[in-house]
Design a binder for this molecule. Sequence first.
Ligand SMILES: O=C(O)CCC(=O)C(=O)O
Length: 296
Amino acid sequence: MNESLQEDLRGHYEISDEQASQLNREGFLRLPGVLDPATLGTVVSSVHHATAHSPQLARPRRERSAYEMAFVQEMNLWQRYEEIRPLVYSPKLARIAAELLGVDGVRLYHDQALVKEALGGKTPWHCDQYYWPLDTDRTLTAWIPLDDVPLEQGPLAFAKGSHRVDVGRELDISEASEQKIIAHDAWQEFELDEAPFRAGDISVHLGWTFHGARPNNTDSERSVFTIIYVADGTPLAEPVTQGQLDDREKWLPDSRIGEPIDSWLNPLLWHRDGSHVGALERAVPIAKRMGTIVLD
Ligand SMILES: O=C(O)CCC(=O)C(=O)O
């Protein structure tokens, strides 16, 4: 990666107090022009390689659930692809997350590639934190499209203020769940916010914010990378669903209930005191890991 792209990932993106208040009020925020499209270009081939080899694609479309039709999902690419690491470890993005959340520092929960296939299905309305055994509401997902996303391709859409009302926090991502969520009285009150994205724009949303996306009605893929941040110091909550048990095992190895999560899979990506500096250089080399295990 050349010097100017490295600078793009290290630089400073100014966040105002009003933007932080808006995030807390509405549960999401759109941030224009955060990254240079050339920086996004450095991760495209890894995202395509990971998703093109996804086991999800082995099953015919007619046998897939609404969740499986929504996107091809591959997680923690930073563990597999060297090219992905500078983006995931970007202090610019992590500082945006910490400042918006109003916390001193943030750690990685996990990253993921979300490719909506050509003519792929809608993303049913849902909130993410249902899946996470995290004892905090200070979680933030950065949704980073790798190219322009017009309305016909299914840009991420948000239900304004839905993180402040429980309209179905106990529901997974599915067609049946979406039907229950939209039938809720409170749902009728939410203003839905849907807009296209330009390459370089990102959105951020809180863990309890309801979001979804319309189908991809085009013949080209919608390629997106996301990074999920969690406030430094967040304790592991007792997992209460199978999904949370699975997440604990996959993304929070060796963590203990009630204690701050800090495994090697949850590096500190930015901290006000500068202790994140050098985190990328300290990351376990790809050749030294197998799944969640680090080889000596
Ligand atoms: O990309 C999508 O369609 C869904 C994204 C999503 O649910 C998320 O990033 O939390």
